[in-house]
Design a protein around this ligand. Structure first.
Ligand SMILES: [Cu+2]
Length: 506
């Protein structure tokens, strides 16, 4: 019905326009064609001037009304050191083009009014004017040069690499240090890698990419071992940050709009951006608080205002496929103590996912920090046992001492704990122990008895070689006779297969 009425209205307006045309034609015939033409010219010329005024006023008003949507102004201030340079470039360009815009609009409409048809006027003909040519060539040339040189300067600041001689570190402390992180785009998400304690990102090789090695990190490169994969980008305010941007499949684009950073993520070729965040997320929120655009409830959480839920974000600025929209990630800028606290909660990807699994090239050795941690754990357990009164507490399981299945050969990682034990024997000269071997109930009891004796003896021999004298220890095999858990489940049997030592004297 509405559609029908609308069509009807258009039709009727058409009829009215045609009728007015006919009436004007008749009137001009009556009054004389020329007089009519003259009147129309004059009224059109005045309308031109009126339109100019309305148009310019509307332009100024809308520019003022939407000023808060301009880059580098109001709530859209940049949050990085180089950002304001880029913003001011836009502002300067807008300033010059604004002047040209206003002047040409005035000239356009003023001339339309001034040179309306006049029978008594003849046209001036200028064949050539050097002065005019100079003016309209030189002025744009000077302005363009100024804009281009300014633009080059801004480009050099935006694309500047880290200063020469600067060192990468996890928590930059001064101008000679920077934090290097890596962002890898894939369909559809980002994997963000932090360098870990050493401050350096390890090598990667696309041929090594697998289910549990999404970036293809080369574990033979020790720089990789402490690298962390994180779920959000957290950066300390004021630190110089270099982002190594890569892609695993198609072109993506690493875009941090609030920091005026944007660079392609190209498969097979790392690109870099360097920036220095200057406002924490909290500071930016406080700044937004002053603008009415942000003093409205957040549609996703109406208990909070828009300025309270504001977050910096990383987006993909390349249409990279169906899930492109989901490549959004939170970016938080915080003060250094908060950054350190966040780092504490992050784990090395290698240690949490690869360590002691297939593909770990260091399966057969412990790193220094692991040796230290295990020693601390051992010493604590031993000290507790020494301090305890009841007899049951004097038996200590050697958690990390294991044997190859069915035999009495120590596994490659067993010697670390035995070294800890040998150390303790030196530290406590009165300590006397019994080394006890236990098995589960798989196989015949006789075979298990023999195996447990052999295993206890292997430990005994190891300690003896490490300098523990024979009168301070004995070795005994208990076979399957002293289980500590059920033998019906694999977990229970694993607990029953064990090597212990019992404190006989301290
Ligand atoms: Cu993308």
């Amino acid at each position: 019905m509405t559609a029908f009425l609308a069509i009807l209205c258009v039709f009727l307006i058409g009829i009215v326009v045609v009728q007015i045309g006919r009436v004007t034609e008749l009137a001009s015939k009556i009054r004389g064609e020329e007089e009519m033409q003259d009147r129309t010219n004059k009224s059109n010329a005045s309308l031109m001037l009126a339109f100019m005024v309305v148009f310019l006023v509307a332009s100024v008003y809308s520019a003022y009304h939407y000023k808060n949507y301009m880059l580098g102004y109001g709530p859209h201030e940049s949050a990085s050191a180089h950002g304001s340079t880029l913003d001011s470039m836009f502002k300067i360009t807008l300033f010059f083009t604004g002047i040209v815009f206003v002047l040409t609009q005035i000239a356009l409409f003023y001339f339309a009014w001034k040179y309306k048809a006049d029978k008594n006027r003849t046209a001036d003909f200028i064949s050539h004017d050097n002065k005019l040519e100079m003016i309209w060539t030189l002025i744009p040339a000077v302005v363009m040069t100024y804009l281009v040189v300014g633009g080059l300067d801004a480009w050099n600041q935006v694309m500047a690499d880290i200063p020469e001689g600067a060192v990468s570190t996890l928590v930059p402390q001064n101008d000679k240090e920077f934090l290097e992180i890596e962002a890898t785009g894939w369909q559809f998400g980002w994997t963000i890698r932090y360098p870990g304690e050493d401050g350096k990102i390890g090598k990667k090789n696309f041929k090594l990419i697998s289910n549990n090695n999404p970036l293809g990190q080369d574990w033979a490169d020790e720089k990789n071992l402490d690298d962390m994969h994180v779920g959000e980008i957290v950066l300390p305010k004021g630190a110089l940050v270099r982002v190594r941007v890569t892609s695993k499949d198609v072109l993506h684009n690493f875009n941090l709009p609030h920091f005026r950073n944007k660079i392609d993520a190209v498969p097979g070729m790392p690109t870099y951006i360097v920036f220095r965040p200057t406002k924490t997320t909290e500071e930016y929120r406080q700044m937004l608080k002053d603008y009415k655009e942000y003093q409205r409830p957040d549609p996703n959480d109406d208990t909070k205002m828009l300025w309270e839920t504001f977050n910096y974000e990383l987006t993909c600025a390349e249409l990279c496929g169906k899930g492109h929209y989901s490549m959004r990630m939170l970016v938080k800028i915080v003060e250094e103590p908060e950054y350190r606290a966040w780092l504490e909660k992050q784990n090395s990807y290698y240690l949490s996912t690869i360590r002691f699994k297939d593909g770990d090239p260091y399966k057969d050795k412990l790193f220094d920090f692991e040796v230290k941690a295990r020693k601390a754990e051992f010493d604590e357990t031993l000290d507790k046992a020494l301090a305890a009164q009841e007899a049951a507490a004097k038996t200590i399981r050697l958690t990390y001492v294991n044997f190859e299945t069915g035999g009495a050969d120590l596994t490659s990682l067993s010697h670390y704990e035995l070294d800890d034990l040998a150390d303790a024997m030196k530290r406590y000269p009165n300590l006397r122990i019994e080394v006890a071997g236990h098995t589960d109930n798989t196989g015949s009891p006789d075979a298990n008895q023999t195996l447990s004796e052999q295993r206890a003896q292997v430990v005994y021999d190891y300690l003896s070689k490490a300098g523990v004298s024979a009168d301070r220890m004995t070795a005994k095999g208990y076979g399957q006779t002293v289980p500590v858990d059920t033998n019906d489940t694999e977990a229970g049997r694993a607990k029953n297969r064990r090597t212990e030592f019992v404190i006989l004297n301290q």
